[in-house]
Design a protein around this ligand. Structure first.
Ligand code: HMG
Ligand code: MG
Length: 301
């Protein structure tokens, strides 16, 4: 059964722009975030306070946050890997952060330069200090459906990292199919297994669309009781340290599918497609999502 309402976490400005080959100018990032926040999206993940040596695309995180014109009630989380990142984020005035662990040792080493246990040790003081400061904390678990370096990822490994992040104090866990290899049956089974220990209200899905399964996988997660999903406008996205990872499920594809099925998202689809088209122009690309392409073709008629 579908939920009555779904909370969409827009990750395009972070997951999308971290993966662009070029560095997008700060004012374009700000324009993208401000437009997204005015479509009715409740959460817009804005940027990352990670090492600028590793992700130069988001080196202007503080300038981006200083430039946006926040919409009341919209949340603007940022990725924070360590205390150095937390210090920078707090200085920029953020109210919500996200740490990012992995269910695969091999990817944890590549993405964070340390294994899973060492990454949790790095996150512990970040989460502790953030919660003490009244921030909301999200925890990502990457490679929940498979890993390009390790292959299969056992459900018990996903469960262990999910539980550890919740015990450290994360408010919500986002389950990342980072390379988009999962299938609806697999995602359904994964959510069912995790729901044995974790509260379904605190689980989100973050499904890359590499194999074209993103939308089907998302609906499988909804059927299993999840009602929070991460997507990116225009299907931008990927992870620089995950071989083969392409874009996230496109926000407009999910909004179209949900609203057409009678599920509320609060998002104005036309305004969202305007934003996707605006950003695609800035990037010199065609929008990748089926819904954006179809609506833009119809408008041009
Ligand atoms: P480290 O342990 O300090 O080691 O950071 P390092 O060798 O990587 O550090 C390199 C330099 O960066 C050092 O400076 C650090 O001080 C500095 P130097 O001594 O050379 O002058 N540094 C920082 N500078 C500013 N802010 C910081 C920061 N941290 C270190 N926060 C760490 C290890 C993992 C933090 C670092 O390597 C890093 O930030 N890596 C980037 C990881 C990343 O952003 N990955 C992509 C996002 S995850 C993702 O996309 C998946 C997701 O979408 C979910 C899914 O799809 O599954 C979330
Ligand atoms: Mg991602």
């Amino acid at each position: 059964m579908l939920p009555a309402e779904v909370t969409i976490v827009e990750v395009g400005p972070r997951d999308g722009l971290q993966n662009e080959p070029g560095v997008v100018p700060t004012d374009v990032k700000v324009g993208f975030i401000d437009r997204l926040a005015r479509t009715g999206l409740p959460v817009v993940e804005a940027t990352s306070f990670v090492s600028p040596k590793w992700v130069p695309q988001l080196a202007d995180a503080a300038e981006v946050l200083a430039g946006i014109d926040p919409v009341a009630g919209v949340r603007y989380p940022v990725l924070v890997p360590n205390e150095k990142g937390l210090d920078r984020a707090l200085e920029a005035g953020v109210e919500e952060i996200a740490v990012f662990a992995a269910a695969s040792e091999a990817f944890s080493e590549r993405n964070l330069g340390r294994g899973i246990d060492a990454s949790l040790e790095m996150f512990a003081p970040v989460i502790h200090r953030a919660k003490a400061d009244g921030l909301r904390v999200r925890g990502y678990v990457s490679m929940v459906c498979g890993c390009p370096y390790q292959g299969d990822v056992p459900v018990d490994d996903v469960r262990a990292v999910t539980t550890a992040l919740l015990e450290l104090g994360c408010d919500e866990i986002s389950l990342g199919d980072t390379i988009g290899v999962g299938t609806p049956g697999q995602v359904h089974g994964l959510v069912e297994a995790l729901a044995e220990d974790a509260d379904l209200d605190r689980l989100a899905v973050h499904l890359h669309d590499t194999y074209g399964q993103g939308l089907a996988n998302c609906f499988a997660a909804f059927d299993a009781g999840v009602h929070i999903a991460d997507t990116s406008a225009g299907g931008l996205g990927g992870c620089p340290y995950a071989k083969g990872a392409t874009g996230n499920l496109a926000t407009e594809d999910l909004v179209y599918a949900l609203e057409g099925s009678g599920v509320r998202t609060g998002v104005d689809l036309e305004a969202l497609i305007d934003t996707t088209a605006w950003m695609a122009d800035r990037l010199g690309q065609e929008p990748r999502s089926g819904v954006a392409r179809a609506v833009l073709a119809k408008r041009a008629d």
